[in-house]
Ligand binder design. Structure first.
Ligand SMILES: [Fe+2]
Length: 299
C-alpha cells in the first residue's frame, strides 16, 4: 500500500460515455435501469440522474465507443485553481472550464496518461428527481474500469498525483484503486488498446440482484456473468451489456477499505484475516468456484 497523502478527491461523480445510437442507449438507462434525464445539451448529449445529483451518466453522440470521461468530486479544501496548478506542475494539461456542462458551473479538465480525460469539480447541482420504483433498484454509481495501453502511467497518476490507495489486483492485469472506503473507485486494466471496460452501480441490497435481473430479462437482456461473489473486493456482482456494448455491473456487499489500517473491514466470507491488499489469481475471480464467463481483458 502506498500512502503519501490523502486523496484530492472523495468520489467518482459521473461517467460520460460516447454512443453511436444515443436514443437506444438512453432508453436502456432510463427505462430499464430507472435513471432520470435531467438535461440535454445543444449537441444532443443526455444527462441522467440516479436520484439526487444532476447526473451520474452522460451519453454523448459519437460514432465510436471511445474512452469515457470520468468526473471526480474534489474534497472541500481543494480549490479548482489550486488543483489546476498542481496538475500542471505534475506535467499534465489542465484547463479550467466554466458552464461547459449542465449542472456543473466550473470544473478543471485534465488529460491523463493514455488519452484518459478526467474532470474535477467542487459542486454539482442536486435537482433530486427521486429514485423511481420501477427498473433496476440502483443506489449509486460506484466505480469504473478502464482498459488502457498506458496502465502503469495511469496507475501512477492516480496514486502519485491524486493520492489513491492500491487495494488489490488480479493477475497484475487489473489494478484496483480507491479514494474513499469503497474497495475500488477505479479499476485499471492493462491491454494493448484503450476503452471503457465496465461501469458499476451499487444496488440497494443483495436481494435486489433478483429484481435487477428480472428487469433486464423483461427488456430482453441476458446476464453475461453472475450474480456471484468476486474474490478481489468480495462484491456480489452481475454483468450485462448496454446497447452500446459497454459492460454494466450491478453490485452489493463490496469490501470496505480502512485506509488507516491498510486492510478491508473484516467480513465472514473473507479467505484471510486480516484481509490485506494482494494479487489474486486470474483463474479465481469467483469466490464460489463457478467459471468466470468472460475474459477480463477482452470482454
Ligand atoms: Fe467492477
Amino acid at each position: 500500500m502506498q500512502r503519501k497523502f490523502d486523496p484530492k478527491v472523495f468520489q467518482l461523480g459521473y461517467v460520460a460515455l460516447g454512443t453511436a445510437d444515443l436514443e437506444r442507449t438512453r432508453a436502456h438507462y432510463v427505462e430499464t435501469l430507472g435513471l432520470t434525464e435531467t438535461a440535454r445539451d445543444s449537441d444532443g448529449s443526455a444527462y441522467l440522474s440516479i436520484g439526487f445529483n444532476h447526473h451520474e451518466i452522460v451519453l454523448r453522440p459519437t460514432l465510436d465507443q471511445s474512452l469515457p470521461i470520468l468526473g471526480f468530486q474534489l474534497k472541500p479544501h481543494v480549490t479548482i485553481a489550486e488543483f489546476a496548478r498542481e496538475a500542471q506542475e505534475f506535467g499534465l494539461s489542465a484547463t479550467i472550464k466554466s458552464d461547459s456542462q449542465p449542472g456543473i458551473s466550473e470544473l478543471v479538465e485534465v488529460e491523463g496518461p493514455g488519452g484518459n480525460v478526467l474532470q474535477f469539480y467542487s459542486q454539482i447541482e442536486t435537482p433530486a428527481p427521486g429514485f423511481p420504483n420501477g427498473g433496476a433498484p440502483l443506489l449509486r454509481l460506484g466505480h469504473v474500469a478502464v482498459i488502457t495501453a498506458e496502465a502503469d502511467k495511469l496507475v501512477q497518476f492516480y496514486q502519485d498525483f491524486l493520492g489513491f490507495w492500491y487495494t488489490d489486483d488480479i493477475g497484475g492485469i487489473a489494478r484496483f484503486l480507491t479514494c474513499n472506503r469503497d474497495h475500488h473507485v477505479v479499476n485499471i486494466v492493462g491491454a494493448p488498446f484503450s476503452r471503457v471496460h465496465h461501469i458499476a452501480f451499487e444496488l440497494k441490497g443483495t436481494p435486489d440482484h433478483i429484481t435487477a435481473a428480472d428487469a433486464l430479462r423483461a427488456a430482453g437482456i441476458d446476464q453475461l456473468w453472475g450474480p456471484a461473489r468476486h474474490t478481489a473486493g468480495h462484491n456480489i456482482a452481475g454483468y450485462h451489456y448496454d446497447p452500446n456494448r459497454v459492460m454494466v455491473e450491478f453490485y452489493t456487499e463490496m469490501d470496505v477499505f480502512i485506509p488507516e489500517l491498510g486492510i478491508q473491514e473484516p467480513r465472514p466470507w473473507h479467505e484471510q484475516s486480516p484481509m490485506k491488499p494482494q494479487s489474486w489469481p486470474m483463474q479465481q475471480m469467483n469466490a464460489w468456484g463457478a467459471e468466470f464467463g468472460f475474459n477480463l481483458a477482452t470482454a
